[in-house]
Write a protein that binds this ligand. Structure first.
Ligand code: 4AD
Ligand code: MG
Length: 462
């Protein structure tokens, strides 16, 4: 089978006069008087379709071409010619058209009209054939490559951290258990609990909520590392910002403090915004036009404006002084809610991302470095307008005695974390890192109202 020329390349290079072969899916067919038809074909390589001109000189014009409907797979050969029509520089004058796969109109769920995202979610296997989901997928790809380029150019080493783990990084109790036990006949311990000693791993294992702890081990050997992989959380947060399975980008740096960590997070977000604006401009324009008119402006703000950095204590003071009546009252020690994050970003900072740092220790996980004030830890969250928390990170507690005391206070089983404590026993060094929720950034970059449209097959409660 000859390799077809991709439509993106045809529109870029416009090799007029050349004989080409194009393969894709029919978006529309328009029949004109005089025995010819215009076929709009999309092959997924870009948002734009290629117009193919088919006429009754084709041997299968009446029995096949005139029966082509939206969604059919077609292969066309012909000469590329300048197009007389507005809005397209070139079109293909077909000398041969082959129907590769029919899509019977009475059963094909994607018709020419616009479908709601809710409806499209019921056909996740077909929705990539819509402009919006295909554009999202290409933007997601651009972002994914940008993640790797950003860290590789800075000498970070990519680490594939495990998906199955026995350590709970965030301590939020939202892990999915991985077991090979027969659920109909679970072995029990004398005291009643499930006897995971008889399980595949000989202990209770789960899907990871974050690759951080394992990344720390490698940062304290290779210096700067990052992991970019799936994370799983069994939180019952049925919101527009939560998935049960999502992808996280987690850099971890040795000999690094919180300030340098925030600097890297800011540079990283700026580079992601730049990449979408410059490398995915056509797909981005679709979202600005049809989904959220503010999408491009918000990306430019991230790219061009310095972020506002605010200690948690000051953020709480500002919120309290705002005069707003929030659904969740603000007071020192409370976690910031979405409404607070939005006010900080959208009202206080005027749409510029906000970095809140030095959070109360009680609302943050065990591994964060304790500040000298005895009540806060060296944590930071980056907030984006419209999204809220996009990044969570911290400097890690590198002092063995303080870490052990903290774990004890939280009632953690130190035996499970001996390897993690070893990192503090042998050649411990200050280190820091963060995690970026990849889908949340795709959401920011597209303006899509629900995170379920930012990943091919969303996994959510029920
Ligand atoms: O703030 P989180 O929980 O931080 C960590 O997991 C750290 N261990 C990261 C690190 O320091 N290496 O999660 C990081 C980010 C959040 O800011 C958010 O953007 C995203 O992951 N996130 C989710 N995205 C989609 N669905 C969910 N259920 C998410 N939970 C967190
Ligand atoms: Mg967080």
């Amino acid at each position: 089978m000859p390799t077809p020329t991709r439509i993106a390349a045809i529109l870029r290079q416009q090799p007029v006069g050349q004989e080409l072969e194009v393969c894709g899916w029919l978006r529309t067919r328009r029949d004109a008087k005089g025995g010819f038809s215009f076929l709009e074909v999309n092959d997924g390589s870009c948002l734009a379709n290629l117009q193919i001109l088919a006429d009754n000189g084709l041997p299968n014009y009446t029995d096949e071409v005139l029966r082509l409907t939206t969604g059919c797979a077609v292969r066309a050969r012909g000469e590329l010619v300048p197009s007389p029509a507005k809005g397209q520089p070139v079109e293909l004058r077909a000398s041969q058209i082959e129907v590769v796969g029919w899509a019977p109109a009475e059963r094909y769920p994607l018709q020419k009209k616009r479908h709601s995202f809710e409806f499209l979610r019921t056909i996740p296997h077909l929705r990539p054939r819509t402009n919006s989901l295909a554009a999202m997928t290409r933007i997601r790809n651009t972002l994914s490559m940008t993640v790797h380029r950003f860290f590789q150019e800075r000498g970070f080493v990519q680490i594939h951290t495990p998906i199955i783990t026995t350590s709970d990084c965030e301590g939020a109790g939202a892990m999915f258990t991985v077991t090979a036990l027969d659920l109909e006949r679970l072995p029990h311990r004398p005291n009643g609990g499930v006897d995971f000693r008889q399980d595949f791993f000989g202990r209770k294992a789960s899907l990871t909520v974050s690759g951080q702890l394992e990344a720390e081990a490698y940062a304290l050997a290779l210096g700067n590392v990052y992991t970019f992989g799936p994370a799983f959380r069994a939180e019952h947060s049925n919101t527009k910002r939560h998935l049960a399975e999502f992808w996280m980008v987690e850099p971890e740096m040795a000999f690094c403090d919180l300030v340098a960590d925030i600097d890297l997070a800011e540079a990283f977000l700026k580079e992601l915004a730049r990449a979408v604006l410059e490398e995915a401009a056509d797909d981005l324009a679709l979202f600005t036009r049809f989904v959220d008119p503010e999408t491009e402006r918000r990306l430019r703000q991230v790219r061009d404006q310095p972020f506002l950095r605010l200690p948690y204590t000051e953020a709480v003071e500002r919120l309290a002084a705002s005069g707003r009546s929030f659904q969740f009252p603000v007071h020192w020690g409370a976690d910031l809610q979405a409404e607070h994050e939005r006010w900080l970003c959208e009202e206080l900072a005027g749409g510029v991302p906000v970095v809140v740092y030095d959070y109360p220790a009680e609302i943050k996980p065990f591994y964060m470095r304790q500040n000298d004030d005895g009540r806060t830890v060296a944590a930071m969250d980056v907030l984006l307008p419209g999204i809220g928390e996009i990044i969570g990170g911290s400097q890690r507690e590198e002092r063995l005695d303080l870490l052990e005391r903290r774990m004890q206070a939280l009632g953690m089983d130190a035996a499970e974390y001996q390897w993690y404590l070893d990192l503090r026993r042998f050649g411990s060094a200050p280190h820091a890192g963060f995690g970026l929720g990849f889908e949340r950034f795709v959401q920011f970059a597209t303006g899509l109202p629900n995170i379920r449209e930012t990943i091919p097959f969303p996994r959510t409660p029920k």
